[in-house]
Design a protein around this ligand. Structure first.
Ligand SMILES: [Zn+2]
Length: 284
Protein backbone atom coordinates (compact mmCIF):
# COMPACT_ATOMS: atom_id res chain seq x y z
CA UNK A 1 0.00 0.00 0.00
CA UNK A 2 1.31 3.45 -0.91
CA UNK A 3 0.68 5.49 2.18
CA UNK A 4 3.81 7.38 3.30
CA UNK A 5 2.93 10.55 1.39
CA UNK A 6 -0.59 10.62 2.77
CA UNK A 7 -2.08 13.23 5.07
CA UNK A 8 -1.95 12.51 8.82
CA UNK A 9 -5.17 12.76 10.79
CA UNK A 10 -5.53 15.11 13.74
CA UNK A 11 -8.16 12.85 15.27
CA UNK A 12 -5.88 10.32 16.95
CA UNK A 13 -6.26 10.16 20.72
CA UNK A 14 -3.16 8.47 22.09
CA UNK A 15 -3.79 6.80 25.42
CA UNK A 16 -0.97 4.27 25.18
CA UNK A 17 0.98 3.92 28.33
CA UNK A 18 -1.29 6.35 30.13
CA UNK A 19 -3.43 5.29 33.03
CA UNK A 20 -6.96 5.25 31.84
CA UNK A 21 -8.98 3.89 34.67
CA UNK A 22 -12.46 2.77 33.90
CA UNK A 23 -14.96 5.24 35.20
CA UNK A 24 -17.72 4.39 37.62
CA UNK A 25 -20.17 4.54 34.76
CA UNK A 26 -18.47 1.54 33.18
CA UNK A 27 -20.70 -1.06 34.77
CA UNK A 28 -24.22 -2.29 34.19
CA UNK A 29 -25.72 -0.84 31.07
CA UNK A 30 -22.34 0.25 29.76
CA UNK A 31 -21.06 -3.31 29.78
CA UNK A 32 -24.20 -4.54 28.13
CA UNK A 33 -23.86 -1.96 25.40
CA UNK A 34 -20.23 -2.82 24.80
CA UNK A 35 -21.16 -6.48 24.53
CA UNK A 36 -23.61 -5.51 21.82
CA UNK A 37 -21.51 -3.06 19.90
CA UNK A 38 -17.92 -4.12 20.44
CA UNK A 39 -18.33 -6.99 18.12
CA UNK A 40 -15.30 -7.28 15.91
CA UNK A 41 -13.78 -10.64 15.13
CA UNK A 42 -16.40 -12.89 16.61
CA UNK A 43 -15.92 -12.14 20.24
CA UNK A 44 -18.62 -13.82 22.28
CA UNK A 45 -20.45 -11.01 24.14
CA UNK A 46 -20.52 -13.02 27.36
CA UNK A 47 -16.73 -13.13 27.19
CA UNK A 48 -16.59 -9.36 27.14
CA UNK A 49 -18.94 -9.11 30.07
CA UNK A 50 -16.90 -11.60 32.07
CA UNK A 51 -13.60 -9.97 31.26
CA UNK A 52 -14.92 -6.52 31.90
CA UNK A 53 -16.31 -7.59 35.23
CA UNK A 54 -13.03 -9.15 36.22
CA UNK A 55 -10.98 -6.23 35.07
CA UNK A 56 -12.99 -3.42 36.43
CA UNK A 57 -11.27 -1.67 39.29
CA UNK A 58 -7.90 -3.15 38.37
CA UNK A 59 -5.13 -0.65 37.73
CA UNK A 60 -3.69 -0.45 34.24
CA UNK A 61 -0.39 -2.24 33.86
CA UNK A 62 1.69 0.16 31.81
CA UNK A 63 3.44 3.17 33.22
CA UNK A 64 2.89 6.64 31.73
CA UNK A 65 5.18 7.41 28.83
CA UNK A 66 5.75 3.74 28.08
CA UNK A 67 5.40 3.88 24.33
CA UNK A 68 7.30 1.30 22.30
CA UNK A 69 9.36 2.95 19.59
CA UNK A 70 8.61 0.05 17.29
CA UNK A 71 5.04 1.24 17.21
CA UNK A 72 5.92 4.68 15.85
CA UNK A 73 5.62 3.70 12.24
CA UNK A 74 2.40 1.85 12.97
CA UNK A 75 0.93 4.94 14.59
CA UNK A 76 1.95 6.96 11.56
CA UNK A 77 0.30 4.39 9.34
CA UNK A 78 -2.93 4.32 11.34
CA UNK A 79 -3.03 8.11 11.22
CA UNK A 80 -2.72 8.14 7.42
CA UNK A 81 -5.39 5.48 6.95
CA UNK A 82 -7.75 7.35 9.27
CA UNK A 83 -7.12 10.59 7.36
CA UNK A 84 -7.81 8.79 4.12
CA UNK A 85 -11.14 7.49 5.41
CA UNK A 86 -11.96 11.06 6.52
CA UNK A 87 -11.27 12.46 3.05
CA UNK A 88 -13.18 9.68 1.34
CA UNK A 89 -16.30 9.77 3.51
CA UNK A 90 -16.33 13.54 3.67
CA UNK A 91 -16.53 13.62 -0.12
CA UNK A 92 -19.17 10.91 -0.32
CA UNK A 93 -21.33 12.52 2.37
CA UNK A 94 -21.03 15.92 0.69
CA UNK A 95 -22.12 14.40 -2.61
CA UNK A 96 -25.17 13.04 -0.81
CA UNK A 97 -25.94 16.45 0.68
CA UNK A 98 -24.84 15.43 4.17
CA UNK A 99 -22.05 16.36 6.54
CA UNK A 100 -19.53 13.78 7.69
CA UNK A 101 -18.63 14.06 11.36
CA UNK A 102 -15.15 12.61 11.78
CA UNK A 103 -14.67 9.96 14.45
CA UNK A 104 -11.78 9.95 16.90
CA UNK A 105 -9.44 6.98 16.92
CA UNK A 106 -8.18 5.98 20.36
CA UNK A 107 -4.88 4.11 20.65
CA UNK A 108 -4.65 2.27 23.92
CA UNK A 109 -2.58 -0.44 25.55
CA UNK A 110 -4.18 -3.13 27.64
CA UNK A 111 -7.46 -1.55 28.54
CA UNK A 112 -9.25 1.76 28.47
CA UNK A 113 -12.58 3.26 29.30
CA UNK A 114 -15.10 4.15 26.64
CA UNK A 115 -18.65 5.47 26.69
CA UNK A 116 -19.62 1.85 25.97
CA UNK A 117 -17.81 0.53 29.02
CA UNK A 118 -14.37 -0.94 29.52
CA UNK A 119 -12.46 -1.63 26.33
CA UNK A 120 -9.91 -4.40 26.45
CA UNK A 121 -7.19 -5.43 24.01
CA UNK A 122 -8.45 -9.03 23.89
CA UNK A 123 -11.72 -7.84 22.39
CA UNK A 124 -9.95 -6.66 19.27
CA UNK A 125 -10.58 -3.26 17.72
CA UNK A 126 -14.06 -1.88 18.22
CA UNK A 127 -16.23 1.13 17.62
CA UNK A 128 -18.35 2.76 20.30
CA UNK A 129 -21.39 4.59 18.88
CA UNK A 130 -22.01 6.37 22.20
CA UNK A 131 -18.78 8.41 21.96
CA UNK A 132 -18.23 7.89 18.20
CA UNK A 133 -14.69 6.65 18.69
CA UNK A 134 -12.74 3.75 17.20
CA UNK A 135 -10.60 1.90 19.73
CA UNK A 136 -7.52 -0.12 18.87
CA UNK A 137 -4.67 -1.67 20.79
CA UNK A 138 -1.89 -1.92 18.22
CA UNK A 139 -0.83 -5.32 19.55
CA UNK A 140 -3.86 -6.57 17.65
CA UNK A 141 -1.88 -6.27 14.44
CA UNK A 142 0.50 -8.90 15.72
CA UNK A 143 -2.47 -11.16 16.31
CA UNK A 144 -3.70 -10.52 12.82
CA UNK A 145 -0.34 -11.52 11.40
CA UNK A 146 0.54 -14.43 13.69
CA UNK A 147 -2.71 -15.94 14.87
CA UNK A 148 -4.91 -15.19 11.89
CA UNK A 149 -2.15 -15.43 9.25
CA UNK A 150 -3.27 -12.17 7.71
CA UNK A 151 -0.13 -10.03 7.30
CA UNK A 152 0.27 -6.89 5.24
CA UNK A 153 -0.37 -3.19 5.58
CA UNK A 154 -3.53 -3.26 3.55
CA UNK A 155 -4.96 -5.94 5.83
CA UNK A 156 -4.27 -3.53 8.69
CA UNK A 157 -5.92 -0.69 6.83
CA UNK A 158 -8.98 -2.84 6.19
CA UNK A 159 -9.42 -3.33 9.94
CA UNK A 160 -9.58 0.43 10.48
CA UNK A 161 -11.81 0.96 7.47
CA UNK A 162 -14.21 -1.66 8.86
CA UNK A 163 -14.46 0.14 12.20
CA UNK A 164 -14.93 3.46 10.42
CA UNK A 165 -17.67 1.64 8.51
CA UNK A 166 -19.48 1.22 11.82
CA UNK A 167 -19.12 4.96 12.38
CA UNK A 168 -20.71 5.60 9.00
CA UNK A 169 -23.54 3.26 9.99
CA UNK A 170 -24.01 5.32 13.14
CA UNK A 171 -24.16 8.58 11.20
CA UNK A 172 -26.64 7.03 8.77
CA UNK A 173 -28.85 5.75 11.60
CA UNK A 174 -28.31 2.09 10.75
CA UNK A 175 -26.72 1.19 14.09
CA UNK A 176 -29.55 2.72 16.09
CA UNK A 177 -32.13 0.83 14.06
CA UNK A 178 -30.33 -2.48 14.53
CA UNK A 179 -29.98 -1.81 18.23
CA UNK A 180 -33.72 -1.14 18.58
CA UNK A 181 -34.72 -4.15 16.52
CA UNK A 182 -32.41 -6.47 18.43
CA UNK A 183 -34.21 -5.74 21.67
CA UNK A 184 -37.45 -7.00 20.14
CA UNK A 185 -36.01 -10.01 18.36
CA UNK A 186 -34.96 -13.47 19.51
CA UNK A 187 -31.28 -14.17 20.00
CA UNK A 188 -30.95 -16.00 16.68
CA UNK A 189 -32.77 -13.25 14.78
CA UNK A 190 -30.68 -10.67 16.58
CA UNK A 191 -27.50 -12.45 15.52
CA UNK A 192 -28.68 -12.46 11.93
CA UNK A 193 -29.18 -8.71 12.09
CA UNK A 194 -25.76 -8.34 13.59
CA UNK A 195 -24.25 -10.33 10.71
CA UNK A 196 -25.91 -8.00 8.20
CA UNK A 197 -24.56 -4.99 10.07
CA UNK A 198 -21.03 -6.43 10.11
CA UNK A 199 -21.13 -7.35 6.43
CA UNK A 200 -22.25 -3.82 5.62
CA UNK A 201 -19.24 -2.48 7.53
CA UNK A 202 -17.08 -4.76 5.36
CA UNK A 203 -18.80 -3.37 2.28
CA UNK A 204 -18.17 0.19 3.51
CA UNK A 205 -14.50 -0.70 4.01
CA UNK A 206 -14.52 -1.75 0.36
CA UNK A 207 -16.09 1.59 -0.63
CA UNK A 208 -13.26 3.39 1.10
CA UNK A 209 -10.67 1.30 -0.76
CA UNK A 210 -12.44 1.95 -4.06
CA UNK A 211 -12.40 5.73 -3.72
CA UNK A 212 -9.04 6.04 -1.99
CA UNK A 213 -7.49 4.13 -4.82
CA UNK A 214 -9.29 6.04 -7.53
CA UNK A 215 -8.27 9.43 -6.20
CA UNK A 216 -4.96 8.64 -4.53
CA UNK A 217 -3.79 5.38 -6.14
CA UNK A 218 -2.96 3.73 -2.82
CA UNK A 219 -3.19 0.12 -3.96
CA UNK A 220 -0.16 -1.95 -4.85
CA UNK A 221 0.05 -5.41 -6.31
CA UNK A 222 -1.31 -7.93 -3.81
CA UNK A 223 -3.06 -5.41 -1.56
CA UNK A 224 -6.58 -6.49 -2.37
CA UNK A 225 -5.60 -10.09 -1.73
CA UNK A 226 -4.26 -9.04 1.68
CA UNK A 227 -7.56 -7.51 2.67
CA UNK A 228 -9.56 -10.41 1.29
CA UNK A 229 -7.33 -12.81 3.16
CA UNK A 230 -7.88 -10.84 6.36
CA UNK A 231 -11.63 -10.75 5.78
CA UNK A 232 -11.68 -14.49 5.26
CA UNK A 233 -9.34 -15.24 8.17
CA UNK A 234 -11.61 -13.52 10.63
CA UNK A 235 -14.94 -14.88 9.41
CA UNK A 236 -16.95 -16.48 12.19
CA UNK A 237 -16.70 -19.95 10.69
CA UNK A 238 -12.90 -19.86 10.66
CA UNK A 239 -12.78 -18.45 14.16
CA UNK A 240 -15.10 -21.12 15.50
CA UNK A 241 -13.02 -23.83 13.86
CA UNK A 242 -9.84 -22.36 15.29
CA UNK A 243 -11.42 -22.30 18.71
CA UNK A 244 -11.81 -26.06 18.31
CA UNK A 245 -15.56 -25.95 18.05
CA UNK A 246 -17.95 -27.04 15.39
CA UNK A 247 -19.29 -24.33 13.15
CA UNK A 248 -22.73 -23.13 14.15
CA UNK A 249 -23.98 -20.48 11.72
CA UNK A 250 -26.93 -19.44 13.91
CA UNK A 251 -24.49 -18.07 16.47
CA UNK A 252 -22.55 -16.03 13.90
CA UNK A 253 -22.40 -12.33 14.57
CA UNK A 254 -19.95 -11.36 11.82
CA UNK A 255 -20.70 -13.60 8.88
CA UNK A 256 -18.74 -16.42 7.32
CA UNK A 257 -15.39 -15.96 5.60
CA UNK A 258 -17.00 -16.19 2.18
CA UNK A 259 -19.62 -13.60 3.10
CA UNK A 260 -17.06 -11.15 4.44
CA UNK A 261 -14.95 -11.48 1.31
CA UNK A 262 -18.01 -11.10 -0.90
CA UNK A 263 -19.20 -7.85 0.69
CA UNK A 264 -15.77 -6.26 0.86
CA UNK A 265 -15.51 -6.98 -2.86
CA UNK A 266 -18.93 -5.48 -3.58
CA UNK A 267 -17.85 -2.24 -1.92
CA UNK A 268 -14.48 -2.29 -3.64
CA UNK A 269 -15.88 -2.87 -7.10
CA UNK A 270 -19.01 -0.69 -6.97
CA UNK A 271 -17.89 2.04 -4.60
CA UNK A 272 -21.43 3.09 -3.83
CA UNK A 273 -23.55 3.01 -0.67
CA UNK A 274 -26.64 1.74 -2.39
CA UNK A 275 -24.87 -1.47 -3.37
CA UNK A 276 -24.07 -2.15 0.29
CA UNK A 277 -27.63 -2.71 1.46
CA UNK A 278 -26.98 -5.99 3.23
CA UNK A 279 -30.31 -5.65 5.03
CA UNK A 280 -32.38 -5.79 1.86
CA UNK A 281 -30.84 -8.80 0.22
CA UNK A 282 -31.97 -12.37 0.77
CA UNK A 283 -28.74 -13.79 -0.41
CA UNK A 284 -25.92 -12.77 1.91
ZN1 LIG B 1 -17.50 -4.90 13.07
Amino acid sequence: MRWKMGRRSSNIEDRRGGSSMPTAAGGGLGLLVIALVAAFFGVDPSLILDQANQLENQPTSSAPGNRPAAENELVDFVSVVLADTEDTWETLFRQGGQTYRKPKLVLFSGQTSSACGLGKAAMGPFYCPADQKVYIDLSFYNDLKERHQAPGDFAQAYVIAHEVGHHVQTLLGVSQKVYELRSRFSKVEGNQLSVRQELQADCFAGIWAHHANRTRQILEQGDVEEALNAASSIGDDRLQQQAGGRVTPESFTHGSSAQRVKWFKVGLQKGSLKDCDTFATRNL
